[in-house]
Ligand binder design. Structure first.
Ligand code: 5GP
Ligand code: ZN
Length: 112
């Protein structure tokens, strides 16, 4: 099993509530939802965070945003927020790139 939690989830080695999967990315419900809809979208290949996105792998990020747009339409989400925390001070706790998709409640700005 991978030492990375989200690599293990993407590989199906650790169970999750799957929302979507293709060759490039995997989407699953957050174990501690912060909104009525709260799922995570991750690349299958390990990338630590946005800070490791380069010209060589940025296509994966474009693909993930395409998938989020599609899933949001399918789920009828009219208003939603995409969050990616980079580094501990910003709240990152799992060091495998992930995009939170949150919806279904009022949200404040700026976030705390
Ligand atoms: P971060 O804090 O890095 O921005 O987001 C990590 C997210 O992963 C958190 O919202 C946390 O609830 C979620 N998470 C942590 N461990 C697991 C797990 O084992 N399964 C699922 N589905 N979500 C997890
Ligand atoms: Zn990983």
């Amino acid at each position: 099993m991978s030492e990375c939690l989200f690599c293990s989830i993407a590989a199906g080695e650790i169970p999750s509530s799957k929302v979507y999967e293709d060759d490039v990315c995997f989407a699953f419900n957050d174990i501690a939802p912060q909104a009525p809809t709260h799922f995570l979208v991750i690349p299958k290949a390990h990338i630590g965070s946005v800070s490791e996105v380069t010209a060589d792998n940025s296509g994966v990020v474009a693909h993930i945003f395409e998938v989020i747009s599609k899933l949001a339409k399918e789920q009828g989400l009219e208003s939603y927020r995409i969050v990616s925390n980079i580094g501990e001070q910003a709240g990152q706790s799992v060091f495998h790139l992930h995009f939170h998709v949150l919806s279904g409640r009022d949200m404040t700005w700026p976030p705390g």
